[in-house]
Design a protein around this ligand. Structure first.
Ligand code: THU
Length: 148
């Protein structure tokens, strides 16, 4: 299958560096005793604020929350709803893209968010944009007619 991705320039690298560090820091706090698949995510918000999240698993597996959604919820809880970029650091040898639920939650706030995917063990990277990997989204515009 064709991978949607873009080449990563030196400028991209510099811009993503603080986010990458934050995602790695968050990943160090991942709670994944069942899968051992540690994930860290970081979002850049307005005013240079960076907010991280990690996956938090649960003995009731369906209650597990992914790193990306944790980062979004964390950001919203401290007052940020504008996201400029995201880094996700995953466990396997190849970078992995956010799951469907995380794509939906990210798209609520930033439908074309640039996301740098990084494989922790190899450093392999892939730059994607959310609208490329998650097109035809059901989003806020679909409910706009309900607003009074
Ligand atoms: N996981 C994430 O944190 N983000 C994703 O986008 C996919 C999966 C987590 C959930 C679970 O703790 C582990 O990875 C294995 O699925």
């Amino acid at each position: 299958m064709t991978q949607v991705s873009r080449s990563i320039s030196r400028e991209d690298d510099a811009a993503f560096a603080p986010l990458l560090t934050a995602a790695e820091v968050a990943r160090a706090n991942a709670y994944a005793p069942y899968s051992s698949y540690l994930v860290g995510a970081a979002l850049s918000c307005d005013d240079g604020v960076i907010v991280g999240g990690c996956n938090v698993e649960n003995a009731s597996f369906g209650a597990t929350i992914c790193a990306e959604r944790n980062a979004v919820l964390h950001a919203v809880a401290i007052g940020h709803r504008t996201f400029h970029a995201c880094v996700v650091v995953t466990q396997g040898p190849e970078p992995a893209a956010p799951c469907g639920l995380c794509r939906q939650v990210l798209a609520e706030f930033a439908p074309s968010l640039p996301i740098l995917l990084v494989a922790a063990s190899t450093g392999a990277r892939r730059l994607v944009h959310l609208d490329e990997i998650f097109p035809s989204t059901f989003g806020p515009a679909d409910l706009a007619h309900l607003k009074k």
